[in-house]
Structures are given as C-alpha cells and as structure tokens.
Write a protein that binds this ligand. Structure first.
Ligand code: ADP
Length: 323
C-alpha cells in the first residue's frame, strides 16, 4: 500500500479522534499518503476525501466526537453506491482503508472488500461494546464513566427524597453499559437484553425494600432490554407500586459525548497504530482488537456476527451486593 484512507462510520464514540490521529501519524511515519474520508461511507460515495497531514490531527486526542464526521449511508448498501465509492478511491490511488466504527460499518467493509481489491482494516469504535474479538471498544469506557457520574448524581437526589429511580442507559441490544454502570453505582437491579428478567421478582424485591425503608432504590435499564427500555419498565413499576414515588431518567446522548477517558485514548492509539501495520503487512479484512492485552486480528465477518458473553457471576454479584 502507498495511499490509505481513514473514515469514521455509524454511531459516533468518544475516542474516535484519537484513533484517527494514530492512523494518520503512523501512516505518515511509514511514508504513506493518508486521506481523510468525510462522513463515513457517504464521503467515499460522494468523493468528499481530503489529504491529511500530521498537523491535521493536532489537538484532537482529547476531543469527543469525530473531526471526520460520521454518517449512516444508504447508497453504500447498494452495489451501485459501492461502485461509485470504489471509482473515487481508484481515481485518488487509495489502496487501503481503515474503518473506525461498529458492526454495521464492518459489515459494509466486508462486503466492499469482497467486491473490490481494496484491503479494509476495522477498528472497533462503539460505546456499546457489542463486538467479538476484543476486550475493548473505543468509547465504551468514556460512555460508562459518564453514566456512572450521572447515576451518582441521581443517587444524591433519590436519597434526599426517598425515591425510586428507573434509569435508562444506552447500549442498543447490548447490556454492558447497564451492567458496568449499574454495578459501579450500586444499583438494586440491572435489566439487560442478555438476561430474562422476572418482573414479579423485581416488584416483590422493590416492595420488600420499601417495607424495610431502604432509602435509595435505583434500577438501571439497558435501552434494549426485553420490556422496551426505561419508559416501559417505569410504567410497569408505577402500575404495580402506585404508592412508591417512582421517577424515570433517560440518560440519552450525553453518554456519547465528552472528552475520552485515558483508557479510550490508549486503546484508540494502539489500535490506530496497529491498523496501519496490518495494511503494511498485507493483511486484509480483519478487525484489530485487544484480547488479554495482546493485539488480536479477527476476520471482519466474525467480528460482526458473534457477541461477547456476560458472565453469570456478575449477575450473582449484583444480587448479593444490592441486598
Ligand atoms: P455501526 O457501524 O455503528 O454499527 P451502522 O449499522 O449504521 O453503524 O452502519 C454504518 C454504515 O455501514 C451504514 O450506514 C451503511 O452505509 C454501512 N453498512 C452496514 N451494513 C452494510 C451492508 N450489509 N452492506 C453494505 N454496507 C453496509
């Protein structure tokens, strides 16, 4: 490879900038020309591609969001759109791609690299941590720390008023943000898509805590849980426990923003560097991940299909510690 393109695609995640910076600077270090592709696959289709220099990525390691912008691109789902994208890359002489995004973006990269002769390397950038082949995804640590800070604040006010709080966190169909932030804030119950929740048990446990005059009760709900998120859970609880002062708080998009944590900056830097090395070594269609503190290369198709598992032990710990 001599010219590479880098893009951020799909849902944004704090730390993506740190990854872009690492790709650009590692590429330049190895004598490659590096291009930034704007707004994910949209920039590829619409030829919105700009040359990147060392200075283009100055002062961004600490910034949330992504300077390359991100988007969801309908045209890229069609062969014609991908053909257009390929033609644009060919015209510029781009012969390698680094895609920072989630499973949807990897699916797109996988399809694209099978159709055309451009090696694609994926970097997992998603707050949801729903990608196999890596212990970390860029943005998760920041998102979960934002959730923890917010839930701590809710605990203060819940304590002052003796209220039950239902708190919805993000994660799409994965429960990691809920599980981690729930445990770290001492939530009584954590509802995640990976586990069935016995609503009767939940209600009677809340009733019992009410009887014991337990002061703070917090239920952390993943947006993708089986009941349909915080709204639904709050409605169910209010219906069953009309005498309990129940409040709902949906944390929402604040979880996507903010300055990335040290961990997210570290893994973004390491993965960005490693993605360029992959291209230089002639690897293609893999995602770079970190497993047991070592770089791990997983075929893009495998990174998208499987999900990480949540251990039963964590669920047991939640139960024991919330009593
Ligand atoms: P994320 O990467 O955060 O999971 P999306 O699921 O929205 O985000 O995917 C990002 C983009 O990847 C989509 O807008 C689309 O352009 C592209 N993409 C996703 N799936 C495919 C597919 N099967 N074929 C081609 N492109 C795809």
């Amino acid at each position: 490879v001599t010219k590479i393109g880098v893009l951020t695609s799909g849902g944004d995640a704090p730390g993506m900038n740190a990854a872009v910076r690492a790709v650009v600077r590692t590429g330049i270090y190895y004598g490659l020309e590096v291009y930034g592709i704007m707004r994910g696959y949209t920039g590829m289709v619409e030829n919105d591609i700009i040359p990147m220099h060392s200075r283009s990525v100055a002062n961004i390691i600490q910034r949330g969001g992504t300077i390359l912008k991100t988007a969801r691109c309908k045209e890229f789902l069609q062969k014609e759109g991908r053909q257009k994208a390929y033609n644009n890359l060919k015209d510029l002489g781009i012969d390698g791609l680094v895609i920072i995004g989630g499973d949807g973006s990897f699916r797109g990269a996988d399809v694209f690299s099978r159709e055309f002769d451009i090696p694609c390397i994926g970097i997992p950038g998603t707050i949801d941590k729903d990608i196999a082949g890596t212990d970390f995804t860029i943005g998760f640590d920041t998102a979960v720390n934002t959730a923890v800070e917010s839930i701590d604040k809710i605990r203060d006010t819940a304590d002052a008023h003796d209220r039950l709080f239902i708190i919805e966190v993000m994660g799409r169909d994965a429960g990691y943000i809920a599980l981690h932030s729930g445990i770290a804030t001492g939530a009584e119950h954590i509802l995640i898509p990976e586990r069935k929740t016995d609503m009767e048990e939940l209600i009677s446990s809340l009733q019992e805590k009410e009887r014991r005059k337990k002061l703070v009760n917090m239920v952390v709900v993943a947006e993708g849980d089986e009941f349909g998120g915080g709204d639904q859970v709050a409605a169910l609880v209010k219906e069953r426990l009309p005498n309990v002062d129940t409040r709902l708080c949906i944390l929402g998009h604040i979880q996507r923003g903010g300055s990335p944590t040290c961990l997210d900056r570290l893994i973004a830097s390491r993965m960005g560097y490693s993605a360029v090395e992959c291209l230089l070594e002639g690897r293609h269609n893999v995602m770079v991940g970190i497993l047991n503190n070592r770089m791990q290369y997983t075929l893009l198709e495998k990174a998208v299909k499987s999900k990480q598992k949540i251990s039963d032990e964590w669920m047991k710990i939640v139960k024991i510690l919330a009593s």
